[in-house]
Design a protein around this ligand. Structure first.
Ligand code: SAM
Length: 236
């Protein structure tokens, strides 16, 4: 894994007050724009990782749990990290030997990844899940999705699920990390946590469930922590 620089501000950090995260999100959603707020939020952070609510500057613990359990050998295989944020999960997957492509809709996030991991083997790329390069379809032995689905409105959840599933090559594995909730009743967002039924939509996209774990989130009330693996059958 390449060296990361925790907490390091980007050189072009702008001084001055930042708009509130909630304000940025509300402004875009009020205009029926479900995607525009990500770039505005990363840009408003101006290199300060503390401004981005989901950033921890380390790989997701549940990804590390999956790696420990599955011990995958990525040599000679392709992996894709969806909505890669600041790149920590992508770096962890690259350390397993995979040739990793990590994409995000936010150009600022991708530049930030490249600055944090200047010697990385990961190919960081700006791309939109809804308009991916056609050569990505069916191309990956491993796809990692952490927290992107829940950041997008529930009304497009089926579409998002299908698009992620399509990246898998026959025999490919999907690792899904998400916040969960028992039912849609009273659900507000973003983020809109996934119900177990929404996780299992992957089975309607031609994937088989390998395992699906749900743990209560500390002090989270109805909130759960999901870790799941799905697989595309060899002949799928
Ligand atoms: C909640 S964050 C999670 C980031 C990272 N996966 C993590 O676990 O920290 C969701 C990420 O998905 C990205 N994203 C949202 N919509 C996207 C889209 N349509 N295509 C690609 N990336 C998208 C956002 O820019 C953001 O970095």
């Amino acid at each position: 894994m390449s060296t990361q620089k925790p907490g390091k501000k980007r050189p072009n950090s702008k001084p001055g007050p930042k708009p509130a995260v909630g304000e940025i999100i509300r402004k875009h959603l009020a205009q029926d724009d479900a995607l525009g707020w990500f770039e505005e939020l990363y840009a408003a952070a101006a290199g300060d990782p503390c401004f981005v609510p989901w950033v921890h500057l380390r790989p997701r613990q549940r990804l590390l749990t999956w790696i420990d359990r599955a011990r995958p050998d990525g040599r000679g295989k392709q992996a894709l990290v969806v909505g890669c944020g600041l790149g920590d999960d992508a770096e962890a997957v690259a350390a397993l030997g995979y040739q990793v492509t990590a994409f995000d809709i936010s150009p600022t996030a991708i530049r930030w990844c490249q600055e944090r991991f200047p010697n990385s083997r990961v190919r960081y790329q700006v791309a939109d899940l809804f308009q991916p390069p056609p050569e990505w379809l069916g191309a990956f032995h491993l796809v990692v999705e952490a927290y992107t689905i829940q950041a997008l409105p529930p009304l497009i959840r089926v579409d998002v699920t299908l698009r992620i599933a399509r990246f898998l090559a026959p025999g490919g594995r999907l690792v899904l990390i998400a916040q969960g909730i028992d039912s849609v009743e009273g659900r507000t967002g973003p983020p809109w946590p996934l119900t177990p039924e929404e996780v299992r939509l992957f089975q309607h996209c031609g994937l088989e469930e390998v395992f699906f774990q749900a743990h209560p989130q500390e002090d989270g009330g109805r909130l759960l922590r999901f870790l799941a693996e799905f697989r595309r059958p060899e002949n799928g």
